[in-house]
Design a protein around this ligand. Structure first.
Ligand SMILES: [Zn+2]
Length: 377
């Protein structure tokens, strides 16, 4: 079955639909991160209302708690979590490799210690696929090795080969009707990225992800790596840039032909009081908003902006009221959802380049009134 139907291209940017086990998803799409089977501080009902059709869940976290067999027995993640839309599960590679000394990589798979209770676990590529199938993901990811930055050429080269061998085993292990994506690695070496992509293409995955970014590399280097690979990926299969990013990253990625994005930025930033507006971010904790009657963003249209002033939202944030997390998250995810709608409309209208130029001109990126940076990722 062909998963992706490209309806329209505008330069390298593409408007398409992804066919999943839980409905059609229009791309380019941003998937909110629901690590534990819930997007933090918001309800699935709110996501549906704002037009979110696909979320990300994390196989590593769900495997550890409550366990993939439990989710399978409860009818799969959608039924368990009361979510009607599509789910993509991250294989957990990134999380496992982030454990540092707590994990060991071998040909057979990865051994690691749970971050929850210190218990020891072993996951093979085959088991990773089974975990995701038990969870009931519509899109599963292969186990990959995410190398730290910087890593030597020799180490990264060996790692690419291991990721390919693991991908081969994942491909063979795939059992159900879920889509399975291969993950292009290769660190910050363009030739290794290309080799990784070519090796994975031979395995004929349902889609291709670019992984191993946001590990501390300069942004320019990351885009060079994306450029090295994008032209070699098949036109008729989805392309997913994992773990990115800020609105400017998404707009840039779409321009390079990326279809799918996920990132904790809108939700994590919301909980830190960092809120997106049409020109950049503001931090609601600032005293200057204490008597500000305006909504976060006058052009927003979310339920938070419809009812609440910056002054009230600042009060809730400073008082650490739980509703602050909810109201801020509603706004930031609405902002991302609307951004993706605008991107798709621009591609549909054949005016994506104009959209890109306008966005680049007005977008100031980081926090607008405040020098302190909020951590990435
Ligand atoms: Zn809003």
């Amino acid at each position: 079955m062909k998963a992706l139907t490209v309806a329209r291209a505008d330069g390298q940017a593409r408007l398409a639909t992804l066919q999943t086990g839980h409905g059609l998803v229009e791309t380019p799409v941003f998937m909110p991160v629901g690590t534990q089977g819930t997007v933090k501080a918001i309800l699935h009902r709110d996501l549906t209302e704002m037009g979110v059709r696909m979320v990300l869940a994390n196989a590593y976290h769900l495997y550890l708690r409550p366990g993939d067999a439990l989710i399978r027995d409860m009818g799969g993640i959608q039924r368990f979590a009361g979510w009607d839309g599509a789910v993509l599960t991250d294989s957990g590679g990134y999380q496992i490799f982030s454990l540092g000394v707590l994990r060991k990589i071998q040909e057979e798979g990865v051994t690691f210690q749970s971050h929850i209770d210190g218990s020891k676990h072993f996951l093979s590529p085959e088991r990773i696929v089974e975990v995701q199938e038990h969870i009931g993901a519509d899109v599963c990811m292969c186990l990959d090795e995410c190398v730290p930055y910087p890593s030597s050429y020799e180490y990264t080269s060996g790692s690419v080969d291991l990721t390919t061998r693991w991908a081969t085993r994942c491909r063979t292990a795939k059992n159900g009707s879920s889509l399975l994506f291969g993950i292009v690695q290769g660190g910050m070496y363009a030739d290794l990225r290309l080799r990784s992509a070519r090796d994975l293409l031979e395995l004929d995955f349902d889609g291709y992800a670019l992984g191993g970014f946001s590990v501390g590399e300069p942004k320019g280097v990351m885009w060079e790596m994306v450029d090295a690979v994008m032209g070699h990926l098949p036109w008729d299969k989805p392309r997913y840039l994992m773990g990115l990013g800020f609105p400017e990253d998404i707009v840039e990625g779409v321009r390079k032909g990326v279809d799918m994005f996920d990132c904790v930025i809108p939700t994590r930033h919301a909980r830190n009081g960092s809120l997106f507006t049409g020109t950049g971010r503001i931090n609601i904790k600032h005293a200057r908003y204490g008597r500000d009657e305006r909504p976060i963003d006058e052009d927003c249209g979310c339920s938070t902006c419809a009812r609440f002033s910056r002054a009230y939202l600042r009060h809730l944030f400073v008082a650490r009221e739980l509703s602050s997390y909810y109201l801020n998250t509603v706004h930031n995810l609405f902002f991302y959802t609307k951004l993706m709608e605008e991107i798709r409309a621009a591609i549909r209208g054949g005016r994506f380049e104009q959209f890109y130029r306008d966005f680049t001109l007005k977008w100031k990126g980081g926090e607008l009134h405040n020098g302190s940076s909020v951590c990435n990722g």
